[in-house]
Design a protein around this ligand. Structure first.
Ligand code: ACO
Length: 311
């Protein structure tokens, strides 16, 4: 048997903040942001809409799409670096909302968090600990963004994704995975004492360009596949230039890479699942397609999975 995703959900808050909106409060231009990052807009949660609220919305859609009841979930993993509070975890808040009791914990691996969640869930499903595991990626980065810092304020957005995982047919689901972390790069991207994202953009950029391409190639090789076997690439949506470097490393045509960064910005742990859900909605991923998900983030962390899509 394999282990795979049987239901996905996504959610973004209603309010859109465009580059033009930022032009009026920061020393920046739409042209600069667009050409350096590919971002045109991002969604921002309302003051009274917290991380857990967005997680609940994406989860409801995922469990409906999976056709299961909340009480069938044995483990909830929530990838986030912007929880409502240190504890209870967002995962515990989800158990309260859905009126269930099960194992629940948050994962802090920044933008790689959703991949860390998928791979962690896979272990528990393979060893038969649980029948269904819920993996959520959710961020309210707007509350940890320094809105006076043009280096970072232009990049981030809010949103959520959720995936229900269970056993699927042999040969489908997660075929290979790759997780990593190197704390020596932690100083380049972190939450500072003011609880704001602090970043050395150039260092993170260099790391990301190298790591995303390498991880994508490695996770295909681990699955016994070649670059040309990849049908669709879902890279972490941080910066179109970083994403393009990964796509070129795999020699993929433009239409085979997911691109949502222009409208959502970088939603950290939510970004990969959000993009995956969107591509599925648009029918771009079909049964038996080989899909590579790859991300990098604060830590510094990285992660990738090769999935053969379908149940
Ligand atoms: N508007 C106008 N000018 C700006 C802005 C802005 N918003 N931000 C920076 N600049 C200026 C800089 O001050 C610099 O000016 P200087 O040359 O006079 O010093 C100039 O633009 C060029 O700056 P660079 O840093 O060289 O610009 P670069 O092309 O590297 O782009 C960017 C910067 C977009 C931040 C890029 O480095 C990047 O995307 N890095 C990766 C960031 C990332 O992905 N972080 C998220 C990681 S995921 C997570 O875990 C949260």
């Amino acid at each position: 048997m394999g282990v795979g995703i049987i239901g996905l959900g996504k959610y973004v808050p209603e309010k859109v903040l465009t580059n033009h909106d930022l032009e009026s409060v920061l020393d920046t231009t739409d042209e600069w942001i667009r050409s350096r990052t590919g971002i045109e807009a991002r969604h921002i949660a309302a003051d009274d809409e917290n991380t857990s609220h967005m997680a609940i919305k994406a989860t409801q859609i995922a469990i409906d799409n999976a056709g299961i009841k909340p009480e069938q979930i044995g483990l909830i993993l929530v990838a986030t670096v912007s929880p409502d509070q240190g504890f209870p975890s967002v995962a515990c808040q989800l158990t309260e909302h859905f009126g269930i009791q099960c194992a629940a914990m948050d994962i802090a691996a920044a933008c790689s968090g959703f991949i860390y969640g998928l791979v962690t869930a896979q272990q528990f499903l393979e060893n038969n600990s649980y029948e269904y595991v819920l993996v959520v990626g959710v961020e309210k980065l707007s509350k940890v963004t320094d809105w006076n810092d043009r280096n970072t304020a232009i990049l981030f957005g809010d949103g959520a994704c959720a995936a229900v995982m269970t056993k699927v047919s042999e040969g489908r689901g997660i075929l290979a995975s790759e997780l990593g972390a190197d704390g020596s790069g932690g100083k380049h991207l972190y939450l500072n004492e003011e609880n704001h994202i602090a970043m050395n953009g150039r260092e993170v950029f260099k790391f990301a360009v190298r790591q995303m391409g390498e991880s994508a190639v490695q996770v295909l090789e681990k699955a016994g596949l070649q670059k040309e076997d990849c049908d669709f690439l879902i890279p972490h949506q941080a910066n179109i230039r970083i994403m393009e470097a990964a796509r070129e490393r795999l020699n993929l045509p433009e239409e085979k890479m997911s691109k949502t960064v222009h409208k959502y910005g970088n939603t950290s742990a939510a970004s990969i699942g959000l993009s995956l859900a969107e591509e599925l909605e648009q029918g771009k991923i079909k049964d038996d397609d080989i899909v590579v998900l790859v991300g990098f983030g604060g830590g510094l962390t990285w992660g990738a999975v090769t999935i053969r899509w379908g149940k």
